[in-house]
Design a protein around this ligand. Structure first.
Ligand SMILES: C[S@@+](CC[C@H](N)C(=O)[O-])C[C@H]1O[C@@H](n2cnc3c(N)ncnc32)[C@H](O)[C@@H]1O
Length: 240
């Protein structure tokens, strides 16, 4: 069942906001500002007809703003309750180029090829991030923008993680997800079916993106007080 919005404060067409108690809205977010500017540079011919997928889109805030920027935006969200909030956003905006789907991102290949893959806050909720990086590369024509927690040699002061170990040939640390099935529904930001997620080291993630078929991989540092750049990264992977 849809409920109150947990994170995305989205401006609707009538001027109302989905999370009005929050002092900032989607358009204020540094990651969104960067993404829109970067895509304007990448596509000087304009956004019309370009497909963007927002993976694990939660309440749809990034997808809405990318649709407002002119892209054909598809948000994919596995939780029905979050998806219902996406539908409320869709109903509150006149954006024919905005679509939401309720599905697991592991089914991404069903939805065709995208000029841009936007993956924020999702990779660190997956048990096999390397396999998912391969899937993103498979469906991506031009650019992937990934914003994610990463593992570091130093312990993470905010999250409880395992010692450094290896998974899918990458170094990183395990994070424990769902304790029980009920949590699947109550914890709206968490993993869907996996009980643990693997947070790769940044080096392995960036190298893995190259090995998956991207030809250039860059990091864009977002300098904000709440961001610890040893444990969170914004990475752009490009194809020619
Ligand atoms: C930490 S939240 C990030 C939300 C949003 N992308 C953002 O950055 O604000 C993770 C989101 O991914 C969704 N999610 C987790 N696993 C998923 C999966 N396998 N398929 C689709 N969505 C998933 C969750 O329901 C949640 O909405």
């Amino acid at each position: 069942m849809a409920g109150s919005f947990t994170a995305h404060n989205i401006r609707l067409d009538d001027g109302s906001f989905t999370k009005p108690e929050q002092p900032y809205q989607m358009e204020d977010l540094a990651l969104l500002k960067f993404t829109k500017q970067f895509l304007r540079i990448l596509f000087p011919e304009g956004a019309a007809g370009k497909r963007v997928v927002d993976l694990g889109c939660l309440e749809g805030g990034y997808a809405v703003e990318l649709a407002r920027a002119g892209f054909d935006a598809l948000g994919i969200e596995v939780r029905q309750s979050n998806f219902e909030n996406c539908q409320r956003v869709k109903a509150g905006t006149n954006l024919p180029n905005l679509t939401f789907l309720c599905d697991d991102v592991s089914n991404l290949a069903k939805y065709g090829v995208f000029d841009v893959v936007f993956c924020c806050g999702l990779l660190y909720h997956l048990e096999e991030p390397r396999k998912f990086v391969d899937l993103m590369a498979q469906v991506c024509r031009r650019a992937a923008i990934i914003d994610t927690h990463i593992a570091d040699t130093q312990p993470n002061g905010e999250f409880v993680l395992s010692e450094v170990t290896e998974n899918e040939g990458w170094a990183g640390r395990w994070y424990s997800e769902l304790e029980d099935d009920n949590q699947r529904h109550t914890d709206k930001w968490s993993a869907w079916s996996n009980r643990k997620s693997f947070w790769p080291m940044k080096r392995d993630l960036m190298q893995g993106l190259l090995q998956a078929g991207f030809t250039m991989v860059l990091e864009y540092p977002i300098f904000e007080p709440y961001r610890d750049l040893s444990h969170r990264a914004t990475i752009v992977a490009l194809k020619d």
